[in-house]
Design a protein. Structure first.
Length: 372
């Protein structure tokens, strides 16, 4: 009879081990015999395993099929467990990869944010420096203009006094003539009133001429010279500011217009065009200096003035409608004389609306009120 001998720590383990081995080979155990009993020895010395002899024979076909099916099921379970373990490992690897990429993305985002903040600080510093340079230049030009204005005011005051004396003399003469005439009182008074009105108009003309000195009209050559000086002044100023712009020149008989084109030119406009008005004022002073005639220069940035005028017209109409509804006057914010004129002209024919300017420069503003 065929047999195998198997050893293990216990007899049961040895029998189970041998049975499994025979089953894998398509055999069945027919008998068992213990050859050696297991012994633990003394303090682990002399320990020995159990030794059994298993007698076997070929297993019936049905048992072989069952054994094969059981083994296939065990193999499939082992393979499935292996695949599950591999999948868990892959998931763990993917999770670790995603975490690494997220960490890299966070690090990149922080670096980009720091670089953006640094670039913003650099731009802000340059803008502050340029604003200081423009402010200094404007202050210097303002001082020069202030001195010139003081001289003109003094001369105008002198001419005004002379014109007022002349007007007073003519009025006194008219009164004397009115007293001397005794015949046809009604006609005489009417004639003298007409003479007095004409005399007052002449005096007003004289005063206006004294306050605002007349300038000779410019020739085409002088206008071209003024335009070239104005454009050169603007180019030099923008160059010192570090601005890249294109200056478009347009000329008519009455004025010269410089249209400024470029990117991020808000610094040239300022609040409600105050900076732009200052630039235009300085350009007129520089370009018309040392020229016998005078040609008005308009400086504009990307058609800001036309857009501002449209905004003011819409604002005036909207506030006029509100005044009509509420019957309460509205005071606008301080504006330049040019912008106040736009408000007045827009509402001059508006029914039940009257406008007026109040306050002193630079806080002079328009008031829109209801008129019955």
């Amino acid at each position: 009879m065929d047999y195998i001998e198997v050893s293990a720590k216990t007899i049961a383990d040895a029998v189970a081990k041998g049975t499994e081995q025979l089953k894998a080979d398509g055999k069945v155990v027919t008998d068992t015999k213990v050859l050696e009993q297991p012994s633990s020895g003394f303090l682990g010395i002399g320990r020995r395993d159990a030794l059994v002899r298993l007698y076997f024979e070929e297993a019936p076909l049905t048992e072989k099929v069952a054994f094969a099916a059981e083994k296939a099921a065990a193999d499939m379970q082992e393979a499935a467990q292996t695949k599950v373990a591999e999948a868990k490992s892959a998931v763990a690897d993917a999770s670790e990869f995603v975490q690494e990429k997220v960490a890299d993305a966070k690090s990149t985002a922080v670096e980009v944010a720091e670089a953006a903040q640094q670039k913003f600080n650099e731009v802000a510093e340059v803008a502050q420096q340029k604003a200081g340079e423009v402010s200094g230049l404007a202050q210097q030009k303002f001082g020069e203009v202030k001195e010139q204005a003081a001289e003109l005011a003094e001369k105008a005051q002198q001419h005004l006094g002379e014109a007022a004396d002349a007007a007073q003399a003519k009025i006194t003469n008219a009164k004397a003539q009115a007293k001397d005439v005794a015949v046809d009182v009604k006609d005489t008074v009417a004639d003298k009133l007409a003479d007095a009105k004409e005399t007052a108009e002449d005096a007003a003309t004289t005063v206006a001429a004294a306050v605002k000195p007349q300038r000779e009209p410019v020739s085409k050559e002088e206008q071209m010279e003024i335009a070239n000086k104005g454009k050169q002044f603007l180019q030099d100023m923008f160059s010192k500011m570090g601005l890249s712009v294109q200056i478009e020149k347009m000329m008519t008989a009455e004025k010269i217009t410089f249209q400024i084109h470029g990117e991020e030119l808000g610094i040239l406009i300022g609040k409600h065009g105050q900076t732009l008005d200052a630039i235009q004022y300085l350009t007129n002073l520089v370009a018309n200096k040392e020229v016998a005639g005078h040609c008005h220069i308009v400086v504009d940035v990307e058609n800001y003035r036309s857009r501002r005028e449209e905004t003011l017209v819409n604002l005036a109409k909207r506030l006029a409608s509100k005044v009509k509804r509420n019957r309460q006057k509205i005071s606008l914010e301080p504006m330049s004389a040019f912008e106040r004129k736009i408000i007045h002209l827009t509402l001059q024919n508006e029914v039940h609306i009257v406008t007026d300017s109040e306050g002193e420069e630079p806080y002079r503003h328009v008031v829109i009120a209801y008129k019955r």
